[in-house]
Design a protein. Structure first.
Length: 159
């Protein structure tokens, strides 16, 4: 029998700051493409913004809140998460929510993983507390496919 109170919902995220790599971005919201893959910011005014995956927990809720961003573009060069792979354990990310509250996360792991062997459960699976995943492309660029072969994934816990 459940005896506790349900958790209060937290406001949706509106911006992210990652001081160690000089990132400050308003957040857009993305979902899934028809084929089930994660949507990414499309060419246009939002391309260089970070994006919160709306089917993940809101930052500060139990579970892994997922925020992604492009590494670069052929047209404009470096994008919002260009330096993501340069983070180190102990670095911080702060997410501001619609109600003005800020939730802080501390990086505990950074991985470069092959896109064709993406650790879906580790990235999107349940966690004991509020966590954050920051994702971008990385590794070598496959010019025949027009995309990077790897992803950079940052794992962080609320502090």
């Amino acid at each position: 029998m459940y005896r506790g109170q349900p958790a209060e919902p937290v406001a949706p995220p509106v911006s992210i700051s990652v001081p160690a790599i000089d990132v400050r971005s308003d957040l857009i919201t993305v979902g899934l493409n028809p084929d089930g893959t994660l949507e990414v910011p499309q060419p246009g005014p939002d391309y260089d913004k970070a994006a919160w995956f709306r089917h993940s927990p809101r930052p500060g809720e139990v579970g892994p809140a997922v925020i992604e961003g492009h590494v670069d573009s052929a047209a404009n060069g470096p994008s919002v998460f260009y330096e993501l792979g340069n983070l180190s354990p102990g670095d911080r990310a702060e997410v501001t929510r619609e109600d003005g509250t800020v939730v802080s996360f501390e990086v505990y792991d950074i991985r470069v993983v092959p896109k064709d062997d993406f650790p879906t459960l580790e990235v999107y699976g349940n966690t004991d507390g509020p966590e954050l995943r920051l994702i971008t492309c990385g590794g070598p660029f496959d010019s025949s496919a027009g995309s990077y072969v790897d992803n950079v994934v940052v794992f962080a816990r609320q502090v």
